[in-house]
Design a protein around this ligand. Sequence first.
Ligand SMILES: Nc1ncnc2c1ncn2[C@@H]1O[C@H](COP(=O)(O)OP(=O)(O)OP(=O)(O)O)[C@@H](O)[C@H]1O
Ligand SMILES: Nc1ccn([C@@H]2O[C@H](COP(=O)(O)O)[C@@H](O)[C@H]2O)c(=O)n1
Length: 255
Amino acid sequence: MTHGLWRSSYTVLCGPYASYGWGAAVRHRLRGVIVTIDGVAASGKSSVSGGVASALGIPYVSSGLLYRAATLLALEAGLDLHQTADLEAAVLQELARHTLVLEPLAAGNRVWEGQREITERLHSTRIDKGVSIIAVMPRVRAWVDDQLRALPAPFVAEGRDMGTAVFPEASAKFYLTASPRIRAERRAKERPEDIPAIEAALTRRDELDRAQIAPAPDALVIDTGPLDLQGVIDLILSKLALSNSALSKPTHQTS
Ligand SMILES: Nc1ncnc2c1ncn2[C@@H]1O[C@H](COP(=O)(O)OP(=O)(O)OP(=O)(O)O)[C@@H](O)[C@H]1O
Ligand SMILES: Nc1ccn([C@@H]2O[C@H](COP(=O)(O)O)[C@@H](O)[C@H]2O)c(=O)n1
């Protein structure tokens, strides 16, 4: 059983994480724990978070999907992201008119607008281009933060400001980087544009996101350039195993 909010205890007690020396108390210990993985655009946050969360047997939460969903609603409402007077109020009105739900499955996050699943529509060049304009709005950020803080821990949270603004009390924090060229080469497998165009768009997005992309002072910064995906996941798992005592302190109190 690998789907749903919780994976079976087999994964936690006997799966890959067991090789890091965790005993039978691990499931109990992870109650209330939040691990944050922030980083620049296309640095591998969601792939790495999925791998780490799977190994731990807990869900991961992709905060960027909520900003992407707010952007989709704005575009579907016909809002011009560059011309609309009081765009923030117009976006909040769209958020109030629709019910957006983030489903943080361990196997991959999904987003629903009412009964309509919109996940597939959130990773397009059009959304990539518009999302930073929406994400800079304080009241949109407050709306996203409220959704995230309402989720039951334990989970791995990924985004830009998970370890700084949203969950400053997180048990363990990581921050992923890689050069714009490497990130563009990886992303080119998922987008129709060529590598220079993707690189320019990623650099532009990092610039627009600069207010929220500083690493937390207590985050471990990982340059993923020389590492493959599994290498990054293994590095984080090994650091978590070493900081065993940090994970024994729940981020959120649980009953
Ligand atoms: N260390 C790595 N080595 C090789 N490829 C990687 C590595 N990390 C991630 N990738 C690949 O890079 C691409 C981008 O990764 P991913 O979507 O996880 O990044 P992200 O930071 O979540 O992106 P975004 O900020 O746009 O949401 C994916 O194709 C992923 O498989
Ligand atoms: N914590 C976050 C997460 C995301 N954003 C904004 O959303 C955009 C898309 O995020 P991805 O992780 O899917 O790339 C991102 O470029 C930011 O504008 C954010 O501000 N804070």
